[in-house]
Design a binder for this molecule. Structure first.
Ligand SMILES: Nc1nc2c(ncn2[C@@H]2O[C@H](COP(=O)(O)OP(=O)(O)OP(=O)(O)O)[C@@H](O)[C@H]2O)c(=O)[nH]1
Ligand SMILES: [Mg+2]
Length: 181
């Protein structure tokens, strides 16, 4: 390596720090929140147990780090969800697309409550239609045909549906979050 190349390498320095965003991840128990976040962190997804309370993971993307706080989705934990919303800059709502109509209705009610909550109602929402590998899974289009939107949504609130295979779009969605810094 010649002298000039060596100097260029020395002067390059460490890459600039990636911006960090704080997200909250909600959804009924078994919808796959922990599995999703573990996958995004390239962690082992076997032997995952139900989240009691909450857990936080730093999910690295090329241009940003998402600090995602997963809130356990069991009925006795859901009533405390709103205590953990403060400071969130975006919301991931995970849905079991293969669940029964009753469960889907419960999920929709929880989503509507979150969309109307003062600390979340202006934030970007990403709804992940999970469990797409199951034969009974509804497609994103089928899920969308239900009443998933609500009048409680405020102007500026962005809502986007994805299924797992489209997760890379999640990176693009960070743009919506810049507004809320
Ligand atoms: N077939 C299938 N199973 C999944 C999928 N995502 C998660 N699971 C399984 O569903 C079960 C529950 O997944 P979790 O990630 O613990 O669900 P959770 O939303 O974190 O549940 P709580 O922490 O109780 O709120 C696990 O056995 C996962 O392996 C999926 O897309 N397809
Ligand atoms: Mg969990």
């Amino acid at each position: 390596m010649d002298y000039l190349n060596k100097i260029a390498l020395c002067c390059k320095g460490p890459p600039p720090p990636r911006p960090e965003y704080d997200l909250v991840c909600i959804g009924l128990t078994g919808s796959g929140k922990t599995s999703l976040l573990s996958q995004l962190c390239s962690e082992n997804t076997e032997n995952i147990v139900s989240t009691t309370g909450f857990s936080i993971k730093a999910v690295p993307f090329q241009n940003a780090i998402l600090n995602v706080k997963e809130l356990g989705g069991a009925a006795n934990i859901r009533k405390y969800w709103s205590r953990y919303y403060q400071g969130s800059q975006g919301v991931i709502f995970v849905l079991d697309s293969a669940s029964s109509e009753d469960e889907l209705e419960t999920a929709r009610n929880e989503l509507h409550s979150a969309l109307q909550h003062p600390q979340l109602c202006t934030l970007p929402f990403l709804i992940l239609a999970n469990h797409q590998d199951k034969p009974a899974a509804r497609s994103v289009q089928e899920v969308l045909s239900g009443a998933w939107y609500t009048e409680g949504m405020k102007e500026g609130n962005k809502i986007q549906f994805l299924h797992k295979l489209e997760l890379e779009k999640f990176c693009v969605y960070k743009k919506g979050m810049d507004k809320h810094n």
